[in-house]
Design a protein around this ligand. Structure first.
Ligand code: ARG
Ligand code: ZN
Length: 884
C-alpha cells in the first residue's frame, strides 16, 4: 500500500477509537526518581487467537507484592492504545478497576493474586511497528522498549521479570509457523483449518524480550554444539524465496556462538535459537530471548545482491543480537536509563567479534568513522546526553550513537587500561555476580573494579558527563628531552554547563625520524585539566603518535607540522594512527582553507603534502589492499564541519571535492593502473579479493572527480562486468554523481535487473538521494512519486530520505529546499510511524552550527513541525530540544 500517494487516508493506529488527547505538558521521566516495583509478576500465561486484522489476547498474570516495594495495594498495569475487554481477579470478573490515562489500575487486598485481562488488537492497522503488527502477511512483535503495553496491560518495565508460557492459535494456511520464546512444548490441530502451538521459556525475562511470530516461513536449519556438548537447533526463518540468501547469517551465528564461548566464556542456554527476517522494522534487529527478530537487511546476503559492507553488517548485527543473550537477557537493565549497560557493552562485544573475524585494523577505523560521523555531532548539538541519561520524555529517542557507540568506547577504555586478559576477569565477575538480575551501569563498573583491581572512581564521570572531550597536545624539545603538554576540556552541553576532568587513556609513541621506528610506547592516562609528561634521551625531536588505536573517544587538538603527518602516514606501525595521520593532514588543510586561515602558499604546501602521502599509499607494496582502501578515504564532510564552530556546508563540500579532483589528476596514471590491476582479481570472500573490490571503487571515485566524461565509460565497464553487488553498486554510485549519458542507462538497468528485490531497490533509491549530482533534489522529489516508494516501510523511507538528509550537498542546498523536504517527511511520517519520524529531527537540529542564513531556514522548519496540532511524544521531544 502506498500511503504517501494517499495522504488523506487515516493511517494512524486505530486500535482505540477514543484515545485521549496527549497531555499538554510533556511528562519527564527522571533517573533519580527510580522506585522498585510495588508488584512483581513471577509468571505470565498468554493466549493469542491470531488474525491479521483481529487478534484476541488473554493474559493471565500471577502477581505478588514486592517486599522491596512501597506497599501500595494498587497494581498499575501499563497500556498504550489498547482497551480492556474484561478484567478478572482470582477468577472473578471485577468492575472496580479503573483507567489512569493509558494505564489500568486495580486495588488488591492480599499479597498474591491471579489477574486476567483480555484485549483485542488490529495488527494490520499497527503502522508504528511497535507491539504486535503485520508485515508482508506475517505477524510479528517488537516490544523494546515499551511495545508490550500495546499488546496487553502489564507492568512494562525491565525490572519486572516473569516466566512466560505462550499459546497461539490461528489459521494454519496463513500461519503455518508459530514461534515464541524458549521451547515449543506442544502443538495440535484446531477446528476450521486452525492449529495451535504452546511455547515455554524457562528463563525469567522482562516483557521487552517477549516475542511472537506467525507466518508462512521456511527455515535454514543448522546445529551448534556448545562447549559443554549441548546440541542447539538453529533456524533462520524467511519467506521461501529468500531462503538461499541466509547462508552468511547462519555462518555468522555459528561463529558468534563459538566466539562468545572463547572470548567471554558465555555458553548458549536454550536448545533452540530462532532468527526471523522481517521486511518492516524500525531498527536493525531485536534480541528477544531465543527468538531474534531482524530487519531483512541484516539477514539476507549473497554476492549478487549484497555488498561487502552488507556482509559485514549482517555479521555484526547477528553477533550483536546473539551476544545480548548474556549482555542484555541473562543480565538485563534495571530501568531504561541503564540502556548503555546492555547496548554499549554489546556493541563493544560485536566490534571485538567482527575484528576477530576479519581485519582488526580496518574494523577499528570503520568503528571510529561511525563514531565521528554520528556520535560526535550528537555530542556537540542540542540533543547531547550522557551515555547514561538523566531524563527522557520518550525512551525510543535514546537508542542513539551516544548510548550505543560512545557507550562501547567507554567500556573499551576500561579494557585498555586493564589489559584484555585482566578485563576478562572483570566481565566474568559481572556475569557471575548479576546473572538473573536487572542491573545498573554502576553494578557493571563495580564488577569491573572488583574483577580487575582498577580504581574507576573518577572514571565514572564518563557515564554522567556528555560532550566530546577536547585534548590539546603540545610536544616541546628541550635539554635532550621531549616534553609533552596535555590539557583537557569537556565542553558544556545542555543542562551541564560545568564539567570535571575525566581520565583519558592515551596510547602514545615517540618515533625516531632517522630510523622511522619508535623507542617509546606507553599508555598515559590524562586525568587532570593539565599534565606534563617528560621523555628523556631524545637528542633530536621525535615525532609524536598519540591516541593510537583511538584509545580514547576524544578530539585531539594539535598544531602538527604537515611533514610529521606525512611521516606518520607512511611509517606509523599502528594502523589506526597511520590512518589518523592521513586524516589529520587533510582535516588541517581543508578546515584551514574553509576557515580562511591558509594563504595561497600554505594551501599549496598542504596540498603537496597530501599528494605526497596519497602517492605513497598508492605505491606502498607492504600495505594490504583493504587497508590501502581505508587510507585513501578522505574525512567526511560531517567530520570536517564538526571541526568548525560555524561552517558553510557547501564551502566544505566544494573544497573537499576540489581536493578529490586534484588528487585524481595528480595521480591519474597510478589510479588507472590500480583500477586495472584490481579489476583482474576474481570474486572471492577473502581479504585480498575484498580489498581489490574496495580499491576498484575508490580508484573510480578519484578518477571520476578529475574527469567525469573520461571516466564514465570506465565506470560503466565496471558496472557491466560486475559479478557482485560491491562492484556494481560502486560503479553505479560513481555514475549517479555524474552528468553523463551513462548515468540514466545504468540506473534503468539496475532497477529492471533487481525489480522485486526490496533491499536492492532500497539501494537504487539511496544511491540517487545520496549522489553528488547537481540535480539531486529534483531526483529526490521525483523518486517520492515513484511507484516503488512508500512511507509505510521504514527501510524505503530511510533509503530515500535519510540518504538525502546526510548528503550535505542536497540537505543544505541554497534556498532551504532540503530542509523543507525533510520537515515535510517528519510531519507526514509522524502519524504513521513516530519512532522513525523522530530519527529525522537531529539533522535539522544542527542549525547553530551552520551560517546564520541557513540556520534561520532550519529553525523555520523546526517551528513548522512544532506548530502541528498533534505530534507524537517522540517528535515533540526532539523538536523542542532542538529549538531550545
Ligand atoms: N535492542 C535492540 C538492539 O540494539 C534495539 C531495539 C530498539 N528498539 C526500539 N524500538 N527502539 O539490538
Ligand atoms: Zn543491542
Amino acid at each position: 500500500m502506498d500511503i504517501a500517494s494517499r495522504p488523506s487516508e487515516p493511517v494512524a493506529d486505530t486500535q482505540l477509537a477514543d484515545a485521549p488527547p496527549p497531555p499538554a505538558a510533556p511528562q519527564v521521566i527522571r533517573r533519580e526518581d527510580y522506585q522498585a516495583p510495588a508488584w512483581l509478576v513471577p509468571e505470565i500465561a498468554l493466549d493469542f487467537r491470531l488474525g491479521l486484522s483481529a487478534t484476541h489476547v488473554i493474559a493471565r498474570l500471577s502477581v505478588t507484592r514486592n517486599p522491596a516495594g512501597n506497599g501500595t495495594p494498587t497494581l498499575r498495569l501499563n497500556g498504550d492504545q489498547i482497551a480492556a475487554l474484561a478484567v478478572r481477579v482470582d477468577g472473578e470478573a471485577v468492575n472496580d478497576w479503573r483507567m489512569d490515562g493509558p494505564d489500568l489500575l486495580i486495588d488488591l487486598t492480599g499479597d498474591a493474586h491471579a489477574i486476567e485481562v483480555e484485549t483485542a488488537l488490529n495488527p494490520a492497522a499497527n503502522s508504528q511497528l511497535m507491539g504486535l503488527y503485520a508485515s508482508n502477511g506475517m505477524l510479528c512483535t517488537q516490544c523494546e522498549a515499551e511495545g508490550f503495553r500495546r499488546i496487553t496491560f502489564f507492568p512494562d518495565r525491565p525490572d519486572v521479570l516473569s516466566t512466560y508460557s505462550v499459546r497461539m492459535s490461528g489459521d494454519k494456511a496463513l500461519f503455518p509457523v508459530l514461534l515464541s520464546n524458549g521451547n515449543c512444548t506442544e502443538t495440535g490441530e484446531g477446528p476450521d483449518g486452525s492449529h495451535w502451538a504452546q511455547w515455554h521459556d524457562p528463563w525469567p525475562k522482562p516483557c521487552y524480550l517477549f516475542a511472537l511470530v506467525a507466518g508462512d516461513l521456511v527455515a535454514n536449519h543448522a546445529q551448534f554444539t556448545t562447549m559443554n556438548g549441548r546440541a542447539v537447533d538453529l533456524n533462520i526463518w524467511t519467506r521461501a524465496e529468500d531462503k538461499d540468501r541466509t547462508g552468511h547469517a547462519m555462518a555468522s551465528l555459528i561463529n558468534s556462538m563459538k566466539w562468545d564461548e572463547e572470548a567471554f566464556g558465555r555458553e548458549y542456554d536454550l536448545d533452540l535459537f530462532n532468527v526471523v527476517a522481517v521486511s518492516d522494522f524500525n531498527m536493525g534487529a531485536m534480541e528477544n530471548k531465543g527468538l531474534n527478530v531482524f530487519n531483512t537487511r541484516y539477514v539476507l546476503a549473497d554476492p549478487e545482491t549484497a555488498t561487502d559492507g552488507d556482509y559485514d553488517a549482517v555479521e555484526g548485527v547477528i553477533g550483536h543480537e546473539y551476544f545480548h543473550n548474556w549482555s542484555g537477557n541473562r543480565i538485563t537493565c534495571r530501568d531504561w536509563f541503564q540502556l548503555s549497560l546492555k547496548e554499549g557493552f554489546t556493541v563493544l562485544r560485536d566490534q571485538l567479534f567482527s575484528a576477530a573475524m576479519g581485519s582488526e585494523a580496518v574494523k577499528r577505523i570503520e568503528d571510529v568513522r561511525v563514531l565521528r560521523g554520528a556520535q560526535f555531532p550528537e555530542d556537540s548539538g542540542p540533543l547531547a546526553h550522557p551515555i547514561r541519561p538523566d531524563s527522557y520524555q520518550e525512551i525510543s529517542n535514546f537508542y542513539t550513537a551516544t548510548v550505543y557507540n560512545k557507550g562501547a568506547e567507554v567500556i573499551r577504555m576500561m579494557r585498555t587500561m586493564a589489559g584484555a586478559e585482566t578485563f576478562r576477569k572483570g566481565t566474568d565477575l559481572y556475569f557471575d555476580r548479576h546473572d538473573g538480575e536487572a542491573a545498573t551501569c554502576e553494578d557493571f563498573v563495580r564488577a569491573i573494579e572488583d574483577g580487575t583491581g582498577l580504581d574507576l572512581g573518577q572514571f565514572r564521570l564518563w557515564y554522567g558527563q556528555a560532550g566530546t572531550p577536547q585534548v590539546t597536545v603540545e610536544l616541546r624539545h628541550e635539554d635532550g628531552a621531549a616534553v609533552l603538554e596535555l590539557a583537557q576540556q569537556v565542553p558544556a552541553t545542555p543542562g551541564q554547563p560545568d564539567k570535571q576532568p575525566m581520565p583519558i587513556p592515551l596510547r602514545l609513541a615517540l618515533f625516531d625520524r632517522a630510523t622511522a621506528t619508535h623507542r617509546v610506547e606507553e599508555l598515559v592516562v590524562l586525568d587532570q585539566a593539565r599534565q606534563t609528561v617528560r621523555f628523556d634521551g631524545w637528542a633530536e625531536p621525535p615525532v609524536l603518535s598519540i591516541n593510537r588505536g583511538f584509545s580514547a573517544p576524544v578530539q585531539i587538538e594539535a598544531q602538527r607540522d604537515p611533514a610529521d603527518l606525512v611521516f606518520l602516514a607512511a611509517h606509523d606501525d599502528d594502523p589506526f594512527a597511520r590512518y589518523e595521520a592521513m586524516q589529520s593532514l587533510v582535516v588541517g588543510h581543508l578546515v584551514g582553507i574553509v576557515g580562511g586561515r591558509l594563504d595561497a602558499a600554505a594551501q599549496d604546501r598542504g596540498r603537496a603534502a597530501i599528494g605526497e602521502a596519497f602517492g605513497a599509499i598508492l605505491a606502498d607494496d607492504a600495505l594490504d589492499d583493504l587497508m590501502r582502501g581505508e587510507l585513501m578515504i578522505l574525512p567526511s564532510e560531517t567530520y570536517l564541519a564538526e571541526q568548525l564552530l560555524v561552517a558553510d556546508p557547501l564551502a566544505i563540500h566544494a573544497q573537499r571535492e576540489a581536493l578529490k579532483a586534484w588528487l585524481g589528476r595528480e595521480h591519474g596514471a597510478a589510479l588507472e593502473a590500480l583500477h586495472d590491476r584490481v579489476r583482474a582479481v576474481p570474486y572471492g570472500r577473502d581479504a585480498a579479493a575484498r580489498g581489490a573490490r574496495k580499491l576498484k571503487t575508490q580508484a573510480l571515485i578519484y578518477l571520476a572527480s578529475a574527469d567525469a566524461v573520461g571516466t564514465a565509460p570506465r565506470a560503466r565497464a565496471q558496472y557491466d562486468a560486475a559479478d557482485n553487488m560491491t562492484d556494481r553498486q560502486g560503479a553505479l554510485m560513481v555514475l549517479c554523481g555524474l552528468d553523463v549519458p551513462e548515468r540514466a542507462a545504468a540506473l534503468d538497468d539496475f532497477h529492471t535487473r533487481y525489480a522485486g528485490n526490496a533491499l536492492v531497490i532500497d539501494k537504487w533509491f539511496s544511491l540517487q538521494a545520496g549522489s553528488l549530482h547537481k540535480d539531486v533534489l529534483e531526483h529526490v522529489k521525483a523518486l517520492a512519486n515513484h511507484p516503488d516508494f512508500t512511507m509505510s516501510n521504514p527501510n524505503r523511507v530511510r533509503a530515500l530520505y535519510m540518504a538525502m538528509a546526510v548528503n550535505p550537498k542536497a540537505f543544505h542546498a541554497a534556498g532551504g529546499e532540503g530542509y523543507r523536504i525533510i520537515g515535510e517527511v517528519i510531519r507526514k511520517l509522524d502519524p504513521i510511524n513516530p519512532q522513525t519520524a523522530a530519527r529525522f529531527v537531529p539533522s535539522l537540529g544542527r542549525w547553530r552550527r551552520v551560517d546564520a542564513a541557513r540556520g534561520a531556514l532550519m529553525v523555520e522548519e523546526l517551528k513548522a513541525i512544532a506548530a502541528e496540532p498533534t505530534l507524537s511524544r517522540d517528535v515533540r521531544e526532539q523538536v523542542t530540544k532542538s529549538l531550545g
